[in-house]
Design a protein around this ligand. Structure first.
Ligand code: CA
Length: 311
């Protein structure tokens, strides 16, 4: 009976580590990207908000005296229409709501609502705190302000309905949450001055995953230290994800992929742990493995190895 219990435990342990990796990823798992397409982007645009809706790309730009809202031709990067903000305003987050566009400003605590087709200013509204990023789900606007807090706002009255705090996998609050985009039920956000998108649960605020965009834009091409990644737009009809940055000359369509390691032959591989089915004789000295870390490691070394599985 005792041997049977041991064999069952070994079988289950071996099966666990021999199983193919699940597609479900642990919280905080980092993905990377592939470039699908590159488009020209106005290198004078200090991108603060990016939206793609009904075949049109809309952009909010910042800096006092250079802030604007603009409709942009995706293929050429040319500005089709624009509305320039008075110099006292520093444009920030942007999202669409129905036939309107909603734009935040950084510190003025004042936002603007435009007609989405003519860019005519329809109304203004007030809100507390700073304005950084803006997106929406099917019922509410979602606002970031540089703190870990994301506020959900009524899209008509702009009053706060609820709020969440963005936290990492250890439960620590994450600040500098900037440009936002609601993508297939999650909130995508870039963290200011990083090349990273975090995928946030709109229900809990927990970071569910990360997309590492390192290398997307060469820093050598950008002379301004503030020319950082900032701009996420999602084409829900075509399932396309667009990203760019402040003063970047290029806007990218990217595809999110699992982290892939390149082997010497150039083929993509990912880490994998194999464990061979074992005999009782080989593991008999490690029967206390579950209660002894050292024995666990020894057992591990005896029957498992870490290698690469072709992607
Ligand atoms: Ca966006």
């Amino acid at each position: 009976m005792f041997r049977l219990s041991i064999s069952l435990a070994i079988f289950l342990w071996t099966a666990l580590y021999s199983a193919p990796p699940s597609k479900a990823q642990a919280p905080g798992h980092s993905n990377t990207y592939q470039i699908v397409h590159e488009y020209p982007h106005d290198p004078e645009a200090f991108t603060q908000g990016l939206v793609y809706v009904d075949g049109h790309l809309y952009e909010s730009t910042g800096r006092n005296g250079k802030s604007s809202i603009r409709m942009v031709d995706l293929q050429t990067g040319g500005v089709l229409q624009h509305y320039d903000l008075p110099a006292e305003y520093f444009g920030e987050g942007l999202t669409n709501w129905g036939s309107s566009l909603v734009q935040l400003t950084w510190k003025a605590k004042e936002g603007f609502v435009y007609d989405r087709f003519s860019l005519a200013l329809k109304r203004t509204f007030r809100y507390e705190g700073e304005g950084w990023g803006l997106t929406h789900d099917d019922k509410q606007l979602i606002l970031s302000d540089g703190t870990p807090v994301l506020r959900f706002l009524n899209p008509q009255s702009f009053s706060e309905i609820r709020r969440i705090s963005v936290t990492d996998k250890r439960g620590r609050p994450v600040s500098n949450v900037n440009e936002l985009e609601y993508v297939r039920g999650d909130i995508y956000a870039n963290i200011w001055h990083t090349d990273e998108i975090v995928r946030i649960s709109p229900r809990t605020g927990k970071i569910l995953g990360r997309i590492d965009l390192t290398g997307l834009m060469s820093k050598d091409r950008l002379g301004d230290p503030d020319a950082v990644f900032n701009g996420i737009a999602y084409d829900s009809t075509g399932d396309r994800l667009f990203v760019t940055g402040k003063l970047w000359p290029t806007l990218f369509e990217i595809k999110v992929v699992h982290q892939v390691h390149q082997s010497q032959d150039g083929r993509g591989r990912r880490p994998h742990r194999w464990c061979r089915a074992n005999s009782f004789r080989n593991v008999s000295s490690f029967t206390n493995a579950s209660s002894n870390t050292q024995s666990q490691r020894a057992y591990d070394a005896a029957i498992c190895r870490v290698g690469w599985r072709r992607w």
